[in-house]
Design a protein around this ligand. Structure first.
Ligand code: FPP
Length: 253
């Protein structure tokens, strides 16, 4: 057993939750939702909500390290998020740059490997540079693999893979009969990354929003009503506790 932590409904009643250290999900993926609503409730601009969301990212990465989660994927910007007002899109690009500039040294010290899922060629040049630099600097680390899904869409990822495979067929490198699940996975952004065991979505929404569509085939889902800026270590632990009490059958009995 890994640890004991206490949650309380009221001060007098504490409930102990014990996590099984032998059944920590290897890959946890999170849809970081609710920044806008968090800000609106406080009569603040949406971008302040995204900034507050970055604080949660810091907490969650540290906790993932403590718990022994090997892969952590954070959905930060979807292929559909370009539809948001220009100032919000720019603020999100800026936050990515600021985050990498301010956190890279510490992430690197802690052995974090940074990967990006998504098409970064559409990002502003400074963001592309920061991202490539972070990937390069952390590539030989052996700690938590942090996948930042940025300009990521599940459908886009599958279409990209299909195009790349079609090109291989066209060039005569493979034949149609070589195409199977294993081959397709090699052409996804998540090549060499195991499928997520657990997908978390805070903020009360219960949909997948074009996130890891191929990879979520057998993922467990966990929802919470708290908005992402209010998401704390204890929510991650509760999600894992619930995950550990599910029966994963992968289509078997
Ligand atoms: C969804 O909440 C959140 C996003 C689209 C952006 C998430 C980005 C960050 C937390 C920070 C930037 C990323 C990095 C890696 C530094 P929403 O705005 O849709 O919330 P709402 O549904 O309440 O409006």
């Amino acid at each position: 057993m890994l640890d004991v932590f206490k949650t309380s409904k009221n001060r007098n009643e504490k409930k102990e939750i014990v996590l099984d250290k032998d059944n920590i999900p290897k890959h946890v993926a999170i849809i970081m939702d609710g920044n806008g609503r968090w800000a609106k409730k406080r009569k603040l601009p949406r971008t302040v909500g995204h900034k507050a969301g970055v604080e949660t990212i810091r907490r969650v990465i540290k906790e993932a390290h403590i718990l022994g989660i090997k892969f952590l994927t954070l959905y930060a910007f979807s292929t559909e998020n370009w539809k948001r007002p220009d100032d919000e899109v720019s603020a999100l690009m800026k936050l990515l740059v600021e985050y990498l500039r301010s956190e890279l040294a510490e992430l690197n010290r802690n052995g974090v490997v940074i990967k990006i899922l998504g098409d970064i060629t559409k990002l502003p040049i400074d963001a592309q540079k920061e991202v490539l630099n972070a990937i390069e600097i952390t590539k030989n680390n052996t700690g938590v693999v942090l996948n930042i899904a940025f300009n990521y869409g599940g459908r886009d990822e599958i279409i990209r893979a299909v195009k790349l495979i079609s090109k291989e067929v066209e060039d005569g490198n493979i034949s149609v009969s070589d195409i199977n699940e294993g081959l397709l996975e090699k052409y996804l952004y998540t090549s060499n990354i195991p499928d997520p065991d657990l997908i978390i979505r805070p903020s009360g929404e219960q949909r997948i929003s074009n996130f890891l569509l191929w990879q979520c085939a057998y993922s467990e889902f966990w929802y919470s009503n708290v908005c992402w800026p209010d998401f704390k270590e204890e929510h991650l632990r509760k999600a894992i506790y619930d995950y550990q009490h599910r029966d994963r059958r992968y289509g078997g009995v």
